[in-house]
Each structure stands twice: as C-alpha cells, then as structure tokens.
Design a protein around this ligand. Structure first.
Ligand SMILES: CC(C)(COP(=O)(O)OP(=O)(O)OC[C@H]1O[C@@H](n2cnc3c(N)ncnc32)[C@H](O)[C@@H]1OP(=O)(O)O)[C@@H](O)C(=O)NCCC(=O)NCCS
Length: 268
C-alpha cells in the first residue's frame, strides 16, 4: 500500500519505529512485537497477521483467516486508506493515545472496526455466511456488535468501544467519534431501512442511543446518555431522554474536539 502521495508510508514507518523502541525497552514483549509488527514489510501485512491471530478459532484456522484478510486488502485497497485514517483519528482525538503502535496492538475499538471492514467486504462480495461468522467473532472478542452490512466511512474513532452496537442499515460518514455503549439501532417498529444515518464530523457521547431511521446532521453532538428518536439538524448539541436540542457546539468539528483535550482553537 502506497501512501496518499505514493511515497513512503509514514504511518507504517512510525509504527515500526515505535515497535522497535518498545521491543528494546520491554524485552518480555519483544517476541510478540516481532511477530505482530517487526517481521512484516507493510502495514497491511502486519494488520492481516494481527487480525488473523485474533479472529481465528477452532472453526477457522489462522492461515485460512489470513488468506481471507489478504484477499480483502487486495481486492478492496480502500480498506488500507480507511484504516490509516482510523489510526490517525485515534492519535488526533484520544488524549490517551500517544503512539500508533498502542491502538494498533491493543485498542479494541480499532481492532473491531478493522475486523468489521473485512466482514463488510465479505458481505458486499456475497459471502454472507463468513461475514456473519466474523460478526460473531468480533462480538465475542471485543464486545462490539457491528452488522456487516452497515456502511461506515473512514476516520472513525470508537473510543473504549465496549457495548457499541451498530445495526444493519446504519450509515456513519467520515470523521465521526463514538464513545462506548452507543447504540445505532432500530426502534423495533420498522423493517427495511430502519437505522440511523450519522453525517460527517458528529460526536456521539457514551451511552447515547440513537434509534430508528433518523438523520444526525453533520458536526452535531449527542450528549452522553441521550436517547435520540428524531432527526437532528447540522451543528447542534442534543441531550436528554428523549433528546432535545440544547445548543450549538463550541467547536465546528465536535468529533475532533471530543472533549478529550484535543482542542483545535482555529475551529472554534
Ligand atoms: C454534550 C457534550 C458533548 C457537551 O456539548 P456542548 O455543546 O459543549 O454542551 P454544553 O456543555 O454547553 O451543555 C448544553 C446543555 O446540555 C446539558 N448537558 C450536557 N451534557 C448533558 C448530558 N450528558 N445529559 C443531559 N444534559 C446534558 C448541559 O447541562 C447544558 O444545559 P444548560 O444549558 O441547561 O446548562 C458533553 O456534555 C457530553 O455529553 N460529552 C460526551 C463525553 C463522553 O461521552 N465522555 C465519556 C468519556 S469516557
């Protein structure tokens, strides 16, 4: 995978360097870091090896899982662009993340999201049985349930990730931030296209439930613990049960600000 400018893959170079430094500093982790990062030549290779190890199990051996992931990366190279943007989003927005190697190895939001990206490729390639198998493995491993048919853009941060549920006809555009225990679900009263449409740059606070085929306008904020049952316009803050509009965001790009100390003054 080449970078945007077809030159050096800066994220891979930096992540590799970070893994090297960590291996020297913590010898107990050295063989693990070699197996997952340092023995590979590209970010795609390393991620395929890492995810294959995680997602395989008694019903699907690591070698077979690896073949599926390699095929997904080969046939849908956009996945490489998407997971690089997801990694950048974590470093830019999550104050707890200081290096690429940390989310790459350990953050279950990142790993669940990349596993979903493989499952989604299987789904659109009409390999639905294997896509469902992966959905189940992702849920067992990471406590995150994303339907493989859901449509998810790049630059998504799923912070903490525990208990995030994203339904079949949900759409999440680019550059969105989602905290733990968020549900993008149906109301139970609808069939067909029944899940939320989240436009770009939205921040969805922890525990928020957005239910039904409602639209969350771009750059809006949903407060922690809210239950959203109606459309929301762009650039608003909504809070409460049921959620009501309570103001306009301080930042034009709330997903970036995250209230996680990554504040870009020029966006205020
Ligand atoms: C909504 C949020 C993003 C702040 O957005 P904001 O546009 O800056 O909104 P404000 O702080 O100005 O609050 C606007 C109003 O909503 C209220 N409000 C804020 N968050 C709320 C919440 N979760 N539930 C109910 N009301 C809330 C405020 O009290 C305020 O009410 P007031 O005007 O009567 O005083 C923030 O409160 C939030 O919920 N962030 C999510 C963070 C999160 O999930 N953290 C978990 C980290 S592990």
């Amino acid at each position: 995978m080449k970078t945007e400018d077809q030159g050096e893959d800066r994220i891979w170079t930096q992540l590799y360097q970070e893994a090297n430094e960590e291996a020297a500093k913590e010898p107990i982790l050295a063989s693990y870091l070699h197996a997952i990062v340092l023995n590979h030549n590209t970010l795609e290779d390393a991620l395929a090896f890492h995810l294959a190890g995680k997602l395989s199990g008694p019903s699907l051996q690591p070698m077979l899982m690896r073949e599926v992931i390699d095929e997904a990366f080969l046939k849908r190279p956009e996945i490489g662009i998407e997971f690089r943007e997801d990694l950048k989003a974590i470093l830019e927005r999550d104050a707890a993340a200081q290096k690429y190697v940390e989310p790459f190895l350990h953050y279950k939001g990142f790993l669940a999201l990349q596993s979903y990206r493989i499952a989604h490729w299987l789904w659109i390639s009409d390999r639905k049985g294997l896509a469902f198998h992966l959905q189940n493995r992702i849920s067992e491993l990471f406590g995150v349930d994303i339907h493989p048919a859901a449509t998810i853009g790049k630059g998504l941060l799923i912070d903490h990730a525990t208990s995030v549920v994203i339904g079949e006809t949900a759409v999440i555009e680019d550059d969105v931030s989602i905290l733990h225990e968020v549900t993008l679900g149906g109301t139970g009263n609808m069939t067909g296209d029944r899940h939320p449409k989240v436009r770009k740059g939205v921040l969805i606070g922890a525990g928020a439930k957005i239910l039904g085929n409602v639209e969350i306008g771009e750059f809006s904020k949903i407060a922690a613990g809210s239950v959203v049952l109606t459309d929301l316009p762009p650039h608003c803050t909504a809070a409460g049960v049921p959620a009501k509009i309570v103001g306009r965001p301080f930042s034009d790009i709330p997903a970036y600000a995250m209230n996680h100390h990554l504040h870009k003054p020029e966006e205020d």
